[in-house]
Design a protein around this ligand. Structure first.
Ligand code: NDP
Ligand code: 8X3
Length: 252
């Protein structure tokens, strides 16, 4: 049976690949992000190539009023969300904490933690009412290990790790699955955003080894939704084979 999958950050990287993976497998999608042109293009692709029904929701996850409005304005059919993928997120800047840029900090904390919380706050009640659902939070290896000049991004992802655990405890009585997927290095727009458009610096992150692709991550996100009703993956760390830890990447 077709499920309804809501993916945040579907305009790029993991989110886009996750939306395609679920559409390929016969599901209907709610795709969201701030770049409307990209949402419209993806909607057209999913409808044409996979005959999925697709709804676009263009909003900034940092704005609780917009998040509440977007979810509450869904028709009852679209409110029957089976899977929420809290993927929207970013790293901005890499500085030691005493030289940190406050605006970078606000963007990371507001998007990665508060945006994820707002989405959960307004979608989870719909799942609770139906006694079913699956919330998948995209964390990071940066939510497992801290590295130099990454204190705030890592802090925001450690926050996702804790919020995921707490959400699971709160929702277990309502038969809702809660999963964290924590990837290592993946070549998306992530580093371009982190280094504020400095493409050569972003490219250098992935030189000398094979990073994860967005499709690798999408495959795993899809996989965790295919398990029997009584089985849940709580937490899954997904790394490039060449990456042994947050800090140690074997480059040739
Ligand atoms: P991308 O930069 O390619 O995609 C990020 C997505 O997040 C975009 O679709 C962007 O959409 C959306 N987004 C960012 N800010 C907001 C906002 N305020 N409101 C709504 N949407 C927003 O990066 P990735 O696909 O790599 O990253 C996806 C997630 O995976 C993030 O949470 C990231 O932290 C995490 N991650 C990434 C890793 C990597 O190495 N790439 C590894 C581990 C985790 P738009 O700009 O249109 O709003
Ligand atoms: C993204 C991966 O190693 O840049 O979360 O923090 S890393």
């Amino acid at each position: 049976m077709k499920k309804i999958i809501l993916v945040t950050g579907a305009t790029s990287g993991f989110g886009r690949a996750i939306a395609i993976k679920f559409a390929e497998n016969g599901n209907n999608l709610i795709i969201s992000g701030r770049r409307k042109d990209r949402l419209d293009q993806l909607k057209q692709k999913l409808e044409l190539e996979f005959s999925s029904e697709v709804l676009t929701l263009c909003f900034d996850v940092r704005n609780a009023v917009l998040v509440e409005h977007a979810i509450n304005s869904l028709t009852p059919k679209w409110q029957s969300i089976d899977v929420l993928v809290n993927n929207a997120g970013l790293a901005v800047g890499m500085h030691p904490v005493h030289e940190g840029v406050l605006d970078d900090w606000e963007r990371m904390i507001d998007t990665n933690m508060k945006g994820l919380l707002y989405m959960t706050r307004f979608v989870a009640p719909l799942m609770v009412a139906r006694k079913q659902g699956h919330i998948i939070n995209i964390g990071s290896v940066a939510g497992k290990e801290v590295y130099p000049n990454g204190s705030v991004y890592c802090g925001s992802k450690f926050g996702v790790d804790a919020i995921t655990k707490g959400t699971r405890i709160d929702l277990v009585q309502h038969h809702i699955k809660v999963t964290q997927i924590a990837p290592g290095a993946a070549n998306t727009e992530f580093s371009i955003v982190r280094f504020k458009g400095d493409q050569p610096r972003a490219d250098s992150v992935y030189k000398g080894f094979k990073p994860l692709s967005a499709e690798d991550v999408a495959d795993v996100v899809y996989y965790v939704t295919t398990l029997p009703d009584h089985v849940n993956i709580n937490d899954l760390v997904l790394m490039p084979t060449a990456q042994a830890s947050a800090m140690y990447v074997h480059k040739e």
